[in-house]
Design a protein around this ligand. Structure first.
Ligand code: IDP
Ligand code: MG
Length: 153
């Protein structure tokens, strides 16, 4: 079986401080996605500037990089069919004011500058972000016992 799609998801410092780690992880677990990698760390200025490089010309960029350093984050890699797009749907709109109820941002936060979670927006950015936050050997290879109950093929 070829490897299924992967995405990079990260619980931001406000999600960690507000005690939402388990709740957020549960949404991806319960959907049927497979956890491939996870760590708990303080992100550096340099790493965050690379992670958000595409946004570096925007006025809120310095505040974004500052926000992401307010405390530890939980970077993760999740795997499954369409996980990039579905992951974004589970997370909800960037501005929680526009996020539908039932989404993580729609249910659990209020302001765009405190929107508790990151998710890759395309397969190429997922590949880039996974490589930025994880070494190859940190991506764990294992068989999920649920695989044949979640996928018919
Ligand atoms: P995304 O996280 O939904 O992919 P992006 O447009 O990639 O949204 O922006 C990255 C992050 O930058 C957002 O999640 C949010 O934390 C922050 N951000 C985006 N737009 C604004 C804004 O207008 N004001 C303050 N922060 C913003
Ligand atoms: Mg983005």
């Amino acid at each position: 079986m070829a490897q299924r799609e992967r995405t990079f998801i990260m619980i931001k410092p406000d999600g960690v401080q507000r005690g939402l780690i388990a709740k957020i992880i549960a949404r991806f677990e319960e959907k049927g996605f497979k956890l491939v990698a996870m760590k708990f760390m303080q992100a550096s200025q340099e790493l965050l500037e690379k992670h958000y490089a595409d946004l570096s010309s925007l006025p809120f960029f310095p505040f974004l990089v500052q926000y992401m350093q307010l405390g530890p984050v939980v970077p993760m890699v999740w795997e499954g069919d369409n996980v990039v797009k579905t992951g974004r749907d589970i997370i909800g709109a960037t501005n929680p004011a526009n996020a539908q109820p039932g989404t993580i941002r729609g249910d659990l936060c209020i302001q765009v500058g405190r929107n508790i979670i990151h998710g890759s927006d395309s397969v190429p950015s997922a590949d880039k972000e996974i490589a930025l936050w994880f070494k190859d050997e940190e991506l764990v290879n294992y068989k999920s016992c649920m695989e044949s109950w979640i996928y018919e093929n």
